[in-house]
Design a protein around this ligand. Structure first.
Ligand SMILES: *Cc1c(COP(=O)(O)O)cnc(C)c1O
Length: 368
């Protein structure tokens, strides 16, 4: 199987499935007040070394949109990067669940908000100007949509600006685990210790079937959240379905093991591609995504072989990096289930296509 389209192309990890099967007996209380869900919340409090108010939902979009609705009023602004998932890939869910808040895009290279750009944007929305939306929340993606990372200090610096401006900080952690094992810091350091108030703790892409947690580090901010979840249809009656997944995911650091595998496959892929003449990597690949500019011949050969991945247009590239007409910019994502053989075959196909492409004109006596 050569699928590099996304880390959600695969199923759940076998240990998560075992946890689900183990939870599939007996009668327990409904709507998330079951022992499995309680256990998952205890594990999350341990993992984050903090009291937490946790809510389980079944999609990352719901996690983000509901989290933001708890932070930002309908007349508020959510500051996020122009490339943020909440701005481009959630079909207006954050706007709907906040009751109409405006998403305001902020600049910065490789999908990372730059502190200067954030400061400047914030100044464009002074408090008390009735004709404008009011500052509501800052949302950061960790890892970013470019697979890049904020260091803990960078998160802290942005949080400080947000808090000084009187707004809360949300982190879209759809790939929290991939970011964490890459930075080698603790979950606490990458979240509340760096000023994050509410975290969308992604788990689906890294091993659950459909379970994400919204984690509040200040329970006061979670006061209305149970109602928001229910109103949005995200209060599962068989709540143990989510609690069991999260328990299996967190137990014995399984989630960290899964993320290490996914990241290692991307580093192998990046290393293999970097050495091929004519292939360029757009930026570093510290997590489980690599963005590469491939010769079109390689792209065609890969497609012919049935390999799946996304053409990325030119999103996130500097003007000078834009793909030429005989090049394609692609995103490649690995997961805990990616096999080393698939990575080797991918690199092999690219190498082969590139050498074939170079060989043909020479054989035909054409100089270029
Ligand atoms: C995948 C992803 C999400 C969650 O998306 P769903 O498809 O709703 O689960 C959120 N943010 C980012 C950055 C993502 O990559």
């Amino acid at each position: 199987m050569m699928d590099f389209a996304s880390d959600n192309a695969v199923g759940a990890s076998p240990l998560v499935m075992e946890a689900l099967i183990a939870a599939n007996h007996g009668a327990v209380t409904a709507y998330g007040s079951d022992p499995c869900s309680a256990r998952a919340k205890e594990l999350l409090a341990d993992v984050f070394e903090h009291e937490v108010a946790c809510f389980f939902v079944s999609t990352g979009t719901a996690a983000n949109a509901l989290a933001l609705s708890a932070l930002c009023p309908p007349w508020g602004a959510v500051f996020c990067h122009h490339h943020a998932h909440i701005a481009n890939d959630e079909s207006g869910a954050p706007e709907m669940f906040t009751g109409g808040a405006k998403l305001v895009g902020v600049d910065g290279p490789t999908a990372k908000i730059s502190p200067d750009a954030f400061r400047k944007t914030l100044m464009d929305f002074p408090a008390g100007v009735v004709r404008q939306v009011q500052p509501g929340a800052l949302s950061l993606s960790q890892a970013t949509e470019c697979g890049t990372l904020y260091s803990c200090d960078e998160i802290a610096a942005l949080s400080e600006i947000a808090h000084a401006g009187g707004i809360a900080v949300h982190m879209d952690g759809a790939r929290f685990a991939n970011a964490l094992v890459s930075l080698g810091c603790t979950p606490a350091e990458m979240s509340w210790k760096a000023g994050v108030d509410v975290l969308s703790f992604g788990a689906t892409k890294n091993g659950t079937f459909a379970c994400e947690a919204v984690i509040f580090f200040d329970s006061e901010k979670a006061r209305t959240f149970a109602y928001r979840c229910k109103r949005a249809g995200h209060t599962l009656s068989k709540g143990r379905l989510l609690g069991a997944q999260m328990t299996g995911y967190l137990k014995d650091d399984h989630w960290l093991d899964l993320a290490r595998i996914a990241n290692a496959q991307t580093s192998d892929l990046a290393r293999g591609l970097k050495d091929i003449p004519g292939v360029r990597l757009a930026w570093d690949a510290p997590t489980n995504q690599v963005f590469a500019i491939l010769p079109r011949a390689a792209d065609e050969a890969l497609r012919r072989a049935g390999v799946r991945y996304y053409d990325w247009g030119s999103r996130g590239l500097d003007a000078g990096q834009s793909p030429a007409s005989d090049e394609v910019f692609v995103r490649l994502v690995t997961s805990f289930a990616t096999e080393s053989g698939a990575v080797r075959s991918f690199v092999g196909l690219v190498r082969e296509a590139v050498s074939r492409d170079h060989a043909t004109p020479v054989a035909a006596g054409i100089v270029r």
